[in-house]
Design a protein around this ligand. Structure first.
Ligand code: ATP
Length: 269
């Protein structure tokens, strides 16, 4: 028997105001909240609520945050699973887990089902070494079947996330499945300022720290990198027994994170 390990989190604790720098994606998701809250507004004019939305973008840009925020803002249950959790060694287990997940979702509709790293299960069929992997293909087929099986306007919205849309099986992207794609890019300078503001909210910054300057110095940083940067700086300030976070801690944190982004340091030169 399969033991589905998806989580149901009624309160994700994430609101749209906690998300910055990705305004277009956020606007799309705000519309989804309105679908969930007032479906009649859409169905009365014959509009179908999307069943599946695919979030595409690099790691740490806020894809998970967006999915959590719609659940919270629309006040509906949130089921979350990583695609890799469907990929099993034993034939049939992955497919059974997919079935369980959608069973639970339809019992709890309206709700959000979030599948992170959907490429783990959604890779193009027959593309594996040796012409494919039966177990994974069965799992993917089950996912396609489930998405076809539930009706639009029932209120189960599946949000998938990936940074490899290029390797996904085309069948996943057909109408009635993940027919909406939302791209989430690395934040630009203004986006970085916005994200830094969100994460600086509960952190006492010294007068010598300017978030604008910090945004200028961090091109290429994702939202996760920026959150991490301020957190590292706060940890350093605690270590130095300071009550505010000064430029010194921020600079050290930037160095650490740039080191991390550039990859692990070379050993013995
Ligand atoms: P992955 O592809 O690695 O799963 P992701 O795109 O789902 O990444 P999240 O898990 O949403 O990234 O982001 C990780 C953390 O980084 C968040 O919990 C948040 O603290 C911060 N963060 C990322 N993007 C943003 C953003 N746009 N606004 C505010 N905070 C952000």
């Amino acid at each position: 028997k399969s033991t589905a390990r998806f989580e149901r989190r009624p309160d994700t604790g994430v609101n749209f105001k906690d998300i910055a720098g990705i305004d277009e994606a956020k606007a799309e998701f705000e519309e989804i909240v309105s679908f969930l809250k007032e479906p009649e507004k859409y169905t009365v004019v014959g509009a179908k609520i999307p069943k599946g939305i695919l979030l595409v973008g690099p790691p740490g840009t806020g894809k998970t945050l967006l999915a959590k925020a719609i659940a919270n803002e629309a006040d509906v249950p949130f089921f979350s699973v990583a695609g890799s959790e469907f990929v099993e060694m034993f034939i049939g287990i992955g497919a059974a887990r997919v079935r369980d997940l959608f069973q639970k979702a339809s019992e709890n509709a309206p709700c959000i089902v979030f599948i992170d790293e959907i490429d783990a299960v959604g890779r193009e069929r027959g593309a594996g070494v040796g012409g494919g992997n039966d177990e994974r293909e069965q799992t993917l087929n089950q996912l396609l079947t489930e998405m076809d099986g539930f009706k639009e306007n029932k209120g189960v919205i599946v949000v998938g996330a990936t940074n490899r849309v290029d390797i996904l099986d085309a069948a996943l992207l057909r109408p009635g499945r993940f027919d909406r794609q939302v791209t989430v890019n690395l934040p630009d300078r203004l986006g970085r300022i916005g994200i830094l503001k969100v994460h600086a909210k509960n952190k006492p910054l010294g007068d010598d720290v300017s978030l604008v300057q910090l945004a200028n110095r961090t091109p290429g940083f994702s939202g996760a990198d920026l959150a991490n940067l301020l957190n590292e700086a706060a940890i350093l300030a605690t270590r130095y027994k300071k009550e505010t976070i000064s430029k010194n801690e921020v600079n050290q944190a930037i160095d650490r994170i740039i080191g991390g982004i550039a990859g692990t340091p070379l050993e013995d030169g």
